[in-house]
Design a protein around this ligand. Structure first.
Ligand SMILES: [Zn+2]
Length: 446
């Protein structure tokens, strides 16, 4: 099966930062077979070449690598908009409410989250939440590239209201079942530095290394977390967990807002990647992570939306734009983090953080065909001087026209090809009643 996309402005994100204002890209099955200028196309391919090929005329559109979301909680759509401006919301509302989450609701939520991400041009996600073995079926059905981190926490959870560290019991079967899937990969999600016992964290680090899978953890995110590590261990979470053997190159550390220069060197030394979730971090007034210092040292950084209750919308445009605003302000420098560099983090940075930089993150021959087409007919996309600026400062998920993942056409002219939008809404509404009632009760109490 071949798909030819013609007349697009192709932003390759390859090593030479090539872009082709009038270009083409040819997909064969799951892979990018060729790309370049339209002049090259006319020279290379004979007149009858397009017969039997699916041709997309993308005149004026921007063709970009599918964006990579390095941190999400797809099961949290029912929490979206709940207590948004509430102080200490995580402990007062979210964590207690999470205990009532059912498998059915988590799966329906994940389906909707994947749909939202695909429609906003995201083609890969690293999720961390509950019931991931079931969510994996949903991801498989939807066709997104997904790393699914089964939550482990040293308290009881919705998956088992009596047993702590229950996620550990689910890991062997989960890893075995999905390890060889082409797009859906098992991962581990130890919740945070302060919510999982040390021996469990050590075991997780070892399991990840032995099985060559990723583990994600919320790290150096909150003031009270930093105070707790200082008081108990006279250390920072990064340094303490490094000393205890919890850090290795399969770890994606989420947030890392309160990391000092020594911490950053430690992250680099252990090959830990960082998921920067600037919308969640600034909305909750936790601070702006020192990303420039991380990049200067050589730490790999990707961008993440965080869950729909943290950043509200699951799109990278919002992340990229907020990152520019927050980092420029924090660094008091208008030229800090130009659009090109931010788009790099949303594509190649994320790919490297998830160890798939040889497969996706750029449009190059031989890479998997994870491709997003943005239209530029809408007012907010006009005119285009610099495609990176247009993407970062002007782009919205509404501008996403087509999306391919591994060569499969999952969004066609703005519409999902595998699922019906209204049906999905009905599905989640049908299993949300009890959750909504509990949420309302809790809101009245807090
Ligand atoms: Zn998170």
């Amino acid at each position: 099966m071949k798909t030819l996309i013609k007349n697009a402005w192709i932003v390759t994100m390859d090593d030479d930062w090539n872009d082709y204002p009038e270009g083409f890209l040819l997909i064969e099955d799951t892979v990018i077979q060729d790309l370049g200028t339209m002049a090259k196309y006319d020279d290379t391919y004979p007149d009858a070449f397009e017969e039997g090929i699916k041709v997309v005329d993308a005149a004026g559109g921007l063709l970009i690598p599918g964006m990579i979301n390095t941190h999400c909680h797809m099961g949290m759509i029912p929490f979206r908009g709940l207590g948004d401006d509430m102080k200490d919301r995580l402990f007062r509302l979210l964590l207690p409410l999470e205990r009532s989450l059912t498998k059915e609701l988590c799966c329906a939520s994940s389906k909707m989250a994947i749909a939202e991400m695909l429609q906003s041009g995201i083609t890969t996600v690293f999720d961390m939440y509950f019931y991931e073995n079931d969510v994996a079926e949903v991801a498989d059905e939807m066709g997104i590239r997904a790393f699914l981190g089964q939550t482990v926490q040293s308290s009881t959870s919705c998956e088992n209201l009596d047993e702590i560290n229950y996620g550990m019991k689910l890991l062997p079967e989960f890893i075995e079942k999905w390890r060889n899937h082409e797009l859906v990969k098992p991962a581990i999600g130890p919740h945070a530095t302060y919510s999982v016992d040390l021996p469990v964290l050590q075991e997780i680090a070892q399991i990840a290394k032995d099985n060559d899978i990723l583990y994600g953890i919320h790290m150096s995110e909150m003031d009270q977390e930093m105070a707790e590590f200082k008081e108990k261990y006279q250390s920072t979470p990064v340094q303490y967990l490094a000393d205890q053997g919890v850090l290795n190159d399969h770890m994606v550390a989420v947030h890392c807002i309160h990391t000092n220069e020594k911490d950053i060197k430690v992250l680099d030394q252990y090959g830990v990647s960082v998921a920067h979730c600037v919308v969640a971090n600034t909305k909750s007034a936790k601070g702006v992570a020192p990303i420039q210092k991380m990049l200067d040292v050589g730490v790999t950084v990707g961008l993440g939306t965080d869950g729909p209750s943290s950043g509200n919308v699951l799109d990278m445009f919002n992340q990229m734009r907020t990152m520019a605003y927050a980092q420029k302000t924090a660094n008091k420098n208008r030229s800090a983090f130009p659009a090109k560099d931010i788009f790099y983090l949303a594509t190649r940075g994320g790919a490297k953080a998830l160890h798939i930089e040889n497969k996706v993150g750029q449009l190059s021959v031989g890479y998997q065909a994870d491709v997003t087409l943005l239209e530029t007919n809408s007012f907010n996309m006009f005119p285009v001087y610099d495609p990176y600026s247009t993407i970062v400062y002007q782009g919205k998920s509404e501008n996403v026209q087509d999306v391919w993942v591994n060569g499969a056409h999952l969004v066609d002219n703005g519409q999902l090809t595998r699922v019906h939008q209204e049906e999905m809404k009905r599905e989640i509404s049908a299993v949300m009643d009890e959750f909504v009632a509990t949420a309302k009760e809790m809101l009245e109490e807090v």
